[in-house]
Design a protein. Structure first.
Length: 318
């Protein structure tokens, strides 16, 4: 098996909901030899925020990147004006408070281990042009950059932009808008950088070319700090509906565990093409959802392993 030590996994996406099975799943990840996790920052009161869960499942040798998506999307479902770019000051303040929870996790882990544990925090330009402004998003970034993040980089993760006439998965600001805001701060990329999510870019453009173009644009700007390889498809699959942000795994004829994701637009060739333009991006993440949703732990680990191996094969070919 190719080495997977340079890859991060979005563990929370592939994990089962049952607490016992979830613990078994995260224990199984240790044997894969991955480099780290994209860790969910969920809503308050969730099990994975408990100190005992963190100590048990976030291995000290792993690189940890904290994503705000698992908090952001439920918030948006209740209040469509929520987000760091909101024109509603109460909802912008709530979004900042959520990032502060990620900051607190980073500080707590650093204090307990005497070193940086959270290497990056991913934020987003919600709610986008329908009820937000680029200026409000810029002000929010200024506030966050004034905090002690315990050494964590701040990453703006691009989600699919709002495109009139299309049903968005996220519908936030364009990559060009986000790049302009990040550039305007004049900070090193390892302080304020960007993350490209392959699947969300494909959803935005309804084309794999969009993911390559976005990755190349951010890399050429010197701001690409993470590439997340999450699939997408316009077909009807168990990851329905088409063009949804449900993280269909890569397709591969060589891995039986990936048979269900044959309709994925992300395969070895597409991953390789994207990695080529990504250059020396310091983090490559893999984000896959498993179907059926009641799959057992062994099935989930098999899908994860196969997906990671496809990405490792692509990286080894460069």
């Amino acid at each position: 098996m190719p080495s997977l030590h340079h890859l991060l996994l979005s563990g929370y996406i592939a994990a089962p909901e049952d607490p016992t099975e979830e613990d078994e799943f995260f224990a199984g990840l240790v044997d894969l030899g991955i480099g780290g996790l994209e860790h969910a920052l969920p809503l308050e009161g969730t099990r994975s925020l408990e100190a005992s869960w963190v100590a048990r499942n976030l291995r000290p040798e792993w690189d940890v990147v904290v994503s705000l998506v698992p908090t952001m999307m439920p918030r948006l479902g209740v209040a469509p004006t929520y987000g760091l770019g909101s024109l509603d000051e109460d909802q912008r303040a709530l979004a900042l408070a959520d990032v502060a929870r990620a900051r607190d996790l980073a500080v707590t882990l650093a204090d307990s281990d005497g070193r940086r544990r959270v290497s990056a925090i991913e934020v987003h330009s919600a709610p986008g042009p329908r009820s937000g402004s680029v200026e409000a998003f810029s002000r929010s970034l200024d506030e966050i950059l004034g905090w002690d993040l315990a050494g964590a980089e701040l990453l703006v993760e691009h989600c699919d932009a709002y495109v009139p006439g299309l049903t968005p998965a996220k519908g936030f600001w364009t990559l060009e808008d986000e790049l302009a805001v990040v550039r305007s701060k004049g900070l090193p990329a390892d302080v304020l950088g960007m993350c490209v999510n392959w699947g969300r870019s494909v959803i935005e453009g309804r084309s794999t070319a969009t993911a390559v173009e976005h990755t190349q644009a951010v890399a050429e700007a010197g701001l690409l700090r993470m590439l997340v390889l999450s699939g997408a498809t316009g077909e009807s699959t168990p990851w329905n509906p088409p063009w949804s942000d449900m993280h269909i795994p890569p397709r591969s004829d060589d891995h039986p565990a990936l048979a269900a994701s044959a309709g994925s637009l992300m395969g070895l060739a597409e991953i390789t093409e994207t990695l080529k333009v990504a250059g020396d991006v310091p983090r490559v993440g893999v984000k896959v959802g498993v179907r059926p949703t009641d799959a057992d732990v062994a099935t989930r680990l098999a899908v994860v392993r196969a997906s990671l191996e496809v990405v490792a094969e692509a990286r080894a070919s460069l």
